[in-house]
Design a protein. Structure first.
Length: 91
């Protein structure tokens, strides 16, 4: 049986200085809603300056925040449809 493929696009933006990286991620869902997450990374003064590493850490944290929000959203939709309180969805 073939299923329709659905794609989601995530937008990621960074704000950086020599010590800190901040990331903001946003995903638009097929229902028209948007979910945003924020992440932060700090470079220890003894570490070499590797902006890509800070971006990866900050991005992972922003995406993790989005993941938790999506789980909460799904949980709410399950509860609304079933009329009962569902068990927590764990990652």
């Amino acid at each position: 049986m073939m299923h329709t493929a659905v794609g989601w696009h995530v937008e990621m933006e960074f704000l950086e200085d020599d010590q800190h990286t901040r990331a903001v991620a946003m995903v638009r869902l097929p229902d028209g809603s948007e979910v945003r997450g924020h992440g932060h990374a700090s470079r220890h003064h003894s570490d070499s300056n590797q902006p890509r590493v800070g971006e990866e850490v900050a991005a992972a944290r922003a995406l993790n925040e989005i993941a938790m929000q999506l789980l909460d959203k799904a949980h709410g939709e399950i509860d609304a449809e079933s009329g009962r309180i569902s068990h927590a969805i764990h990652v």
